[in-house]
Design a protein around this ligand. Structure first.
Ligand code: SF4
Ligand code: SF4
Length: 405
């Protein structure tokens, strides 16, 4: 699309990057067929092409309105459109820039602002989140069924092997996952240990920054990312081979650290190093697979939900399915596996109606093959799906850990 930047954006790196992205869109509309919000709502402005057009208008100087903001808010940032686009439009990057510009100029209601601020505060504070979760578990029997379903039961993490190998990788602990599913990182540490790799957990880091970043609080995201870099840097200097990120949503955010620190001379190089080191466990386990010897698990039927952040963000497709199959699990068919489950970070809390519909559709597709377990790769998807099904929903690494048993 031909674009002429308004003077206020013409001299800025973000404006220039956004213009380059908008120019790659040839308006073909192929992306509409795979956009979950377009499929649900049917309006052009709830499609990738429509949103690109809205952002182009703003970049050219049109005043954004509450309607512009609404259509950008409804986007899941699932990046399904990037996978479909034949022109290589980097939509995810564009919508991050577009949202920040629009949010700077369009005020939200005090209630909406308070909700977004409370989400950032609650999810970013491990003690606050842990206390709320613990209270929810104690009161679960008295909560309304819909609310009780969103409070997961506590499960033991199991042992974390002591470091004993020359090969070492750092495991990023994240914000909500240690409280919601401590077994995920511990299972990863056990699998790595069997592959001859010691998993190092570092205290001091926290949220990857995605919650703040996707709520247009870019400076806050940068401050959070700097804290992580500072916490991890001593281990990086001691030679860890990789930073293993067991939530694919956080993995995508770590790959943004290069962008995040562009123009920050103290952290730009470190940001690039983090991007080089960030690995999803699927990549690590795939590479180490020849050294692992799973006992065959008797064709237990498993439905795998590949998070958007894994298949569209990190572009890792088919790897987890292959690993689970090699362990002996029987993967059940899942229709429309490319579509989002509606979790999408804070989306399920900010757009509950759309998120619930997407969850119901996704669970119908996952349960159609009568699995005994649903596996996924991201804590947000795991919690969101678990709140709508009696089937256990687990991180896939736990199934591999059991098979290696
Ligand atoms: S990121 Fe997802 S919801 Fe947003 S426009 Fe692209 S396909 Fe649609
Ligand atoms: S598929 Fe790509 S080029 Fe075509 S309209 Fe969508 S974003 Fe633009």
């Amino acid at each position: 699309m031909e674009t002429r930047l308004a003077p206020q954006y013409a001299g800025t790196p973000e404006g220039q990057e956004a213009e380059t992205i908008v120019r790659t869109c040839v308006h073909c509309g192929f992306c509409l067929a795979t956009c979950p919000t377009y499929l649900l709502l049917g309006g052009e402005l709830d499609s990738p092409r429509g949103r690109i057009y809205l952002m182009k208008q703003v970049l050219e100087g049109a005043a954004p309105t509450a309607k512009t903001q609404l259509h950008l808010d409804r986007c899941l940032t699932c990046r399904n459109c990037e996978t479909t686009c034949p022109s290589g439009v980097r939509y995810g990057r564009l919508v991050d820039i577009g949202r920040r510009i629009v949010d700077e100029r369009v005020a939200r209601s005090p209630l909406a602002d308070a909700k977004r601020a409370a989400l950032r505060r609650g999810l970013l504070s491990k003690p606050l989140f842990g206390a709320a979760l613990s209270l929810g578990r104690h009161l679960k029997a008295w909560l309304p069924a819909s609310l009780a379903a969103s409070v997961p039961d506590a499960r033991p993490a199991g042992p974390w092997p002591a470091p004993r190998h020359a090969r070492r990788m750092l495991i990023m602990k994240g914000c909500v996952q240690p409280a919601l599913a401590p077994d995920t990182d511990a299972a990863t540490a056990r699998v790595l240990d069997r592959a001859g790799i010691s998993a190092i957990g570092v205290d001091g880091g926290g949220c990857c920054g995605a919650v703040s970043y996707h709520l247009s609080a870019h400076d806050e995201a940068r401050a959070i990312a700097r804290r992580n870099v500072d916490a991890w840097w001593p281990e990086i200097e001691r030679g860890v081979e990789a930073i293993v990120v067991t939530a694919s949503g956080c993995g995508v955010m770590l790959h943004e650290y290069g962008h995040l620190f562009a123009g920050d001379s103290a952290y730009a190089e470190k940001g690039r190093r983090i991007v080089e080191l960030a690995r999803d466990p699927a990549e690590v386990v795939r590479d180490a697979w020849s050294s692992l010897h799973p006992r065959r698990v008797d064709r237990l039927p498993v439905a795998f939900h590949s998070p958007c952040t894994l298949q569209h963000g990190l572009q890792i497709r088919g790897v987890v399915e292959q690993l689970l199959g090699d362990c002996g699990y029987r993967l059940t068919p899942v229709a429309d596996a490319h579509l989002c489950c509606g979790s999408a970070g804070t989306y399920s809390l900010l757009q509950p109606v759309l998120a619930r519909t997407l969850k119901e559709n996704k669970l119908r597709a996952l349960e159609a093959g009568q699995p005994q377990v649903i596996a996924t790769a991201n804590i947000g998807c795991l919690s969101h799906l678990q709140s709508g099904t009696p089937l256990p929903v687990r991180h896939w690494i736990e199934l591999v850990d059991q098979a290696l048993g």
